[in-house]
Ligand binder design. Structure first.
Ligand SMILES: NC(=O)c1ccc[n+]([C@@H]2O[C@H](COP(=O)([O-])OP(=O)(O)OC[C@H]3O[C@@H](n4cnc5c(N)ncnc54)[C@H](O)[C@@H]3O)[C@@H](O)[C@H]2O)c1
Length: 335
């Protein structure tokens, strides 16, 4: 049994704690949150230990591995501390909002063989993964284009947007990782457009955009287009499409049931889309824990690591630069 402790008992930490607790080859040793009530309620609900500090977790011989689900600004520090303590890490995305801080963290942990997995959960969605597998199996021939659509059901509260780091680092970051995962090769150029159509005043104040499109190309000429909106009135819109010279593979939205209703006045009416990420990616979040446990047990590198976190953030920086300067950005500009 892999004994895991969870840092951070907010919206996502609580869910991870429950997933670890119900995993067959992992045990939730305990939890810690800087807000006592948050860790206490999870500890009591799941019958596990409430740690007094992060340092207590890193020093504990009872803890084999850690899951970092605290606020983004703490991730890089906790990664460094966990590496120093020799505890394998599953860390929520992003590593940090600053590329300089991510690179400083990379330098500090260089040479360590402590496994680090980044929580790019969408790679573990069976639908999105099946698109990648179809490409690998040659089912669509040579890959030419990828289209990723990712729209939130509604804009987050102002307080969240204000500290989010902007749409590219906060939201599109998942799609940048999905683009790399589906394309299977590195991206060379990024061209992005941003607009303030959902909440213009808030976006103006935060110097951010709520509606963005990104066009990326690879050295071999493959193209990927990402479309994001902070608000889709019909719900959490999550689709991935891969187009090749011999076919196409699509990972579609998921609805609450498979029912499709047709009547005299309409056809194919479906139940609402699964809302929001905790529901839509429930299977993926559970599979992500499973992938982490497997990697640590087998002593192999996790399939999505620190490097992937840095590369996704570099793509976010490139997109930001592209919108600000109204031009195509070459990835080599980011060093
Ligand atoms: N993979 C995904 O799809 C996904 C979705 C949502 C959030 N996230 C990421 O997960 C992280 C947490 O997001 P959330 O929505 O759960 O936020 P949240 O605000 O609900 O929870 C964060 C928790 O961390 C705690 N915390 C902050 N600083 C701490 C510290 N120094 N020590 C211990 N606890 C501390 C806070 O008290 C809070 O309870 C963020 O980095 C976010 O980007 C990932």
């Amino acid at each position: 049994m892999l004994k895991i402790a969870v840092l951070g008992c907010g919206r996502i930490g609580r869910m991870h704690a429950e997933n670890i607790n119900s995993h067959q080859r992992a045990t939730l040793v305990g939890v810690y949150d800087v807000v006592k009530e948050a860790s206490r309620s999870v500890a009591q609900k799941l019958g596990v230990r409430e740690f007094e500090s992060a340092a207590e977790i890193f020093a504990s011989a009872e803890v084999d591995a850690v899951l970092i689900a605290t606020s983004t600004a703490t991730h890089a520090d906790f990664i460094e501390q966990a590496v120093a303590a020799g505890k394998p890490i599953l860390c929520e995305k992003p590593i940090d909002l600053s590329l300089a801080r991510v690179r400083c963290c990379a330098a500090r942990i260089a040479g360590s063989d402590v496994p680090i997995m980044l929580g790019f959960v969408r790679r573990f969605d069976t639908g999105h993964r099946a698109v990648r597998q179809a490409i690998e199996a040659g089912q669509i021939g040579e890959l030419h284009q990828v289209v990723i659509t990712s729209r939130d059901p509604d804009i987050a509260p102002d307080a969240y947007i204000e500290v989010s780091g902007g749409i590219f680092r906060d939201m599109t970051i998942h799609d940048f990782d999905m683009a790399r995962f589906i394309l299977g090769e590195e991206i060379e150029t990024v061209t992005a457009a941003g607009a303030r159509l959902v909440s213009p005043a808030l976006m103006e104040r935060c110097d951010d955009w709520d509606t963005v499109s990104v066009l990326m190309t690879t050295a071999s000429g493959k193209q990927c287009v990402i479309g994001n909106s902070r608000r889709a009135v019909y719900g959490y819109d999550q689709r991935v499409e891969a187009f090749g010279n011999e076919g196409m593979a699509i990972s579609e939205n998921r609805t609450e049931s498979n029912l499709r209703l047709s009547r005299a006045t309409f056809t194919d009416q479906a139940p609402p889309l699964q809302n929001f990420f905790i529901e839509r990616y429930a299977q993926a979040f559970a599979s992500e824990i499973d992938a982490f446990v497997n990697a640590v047990e087998k002593g192999v590198a996790p399939e999505v690591g620190f490097d992937d976190g840095e590369k996704a953030l570099m793509l976010a920086e490139a997109a930001l630069l592209s919108v600000r300067e109204g031009r195509t950005v070459r990835m080599e500009e980011l060093g």
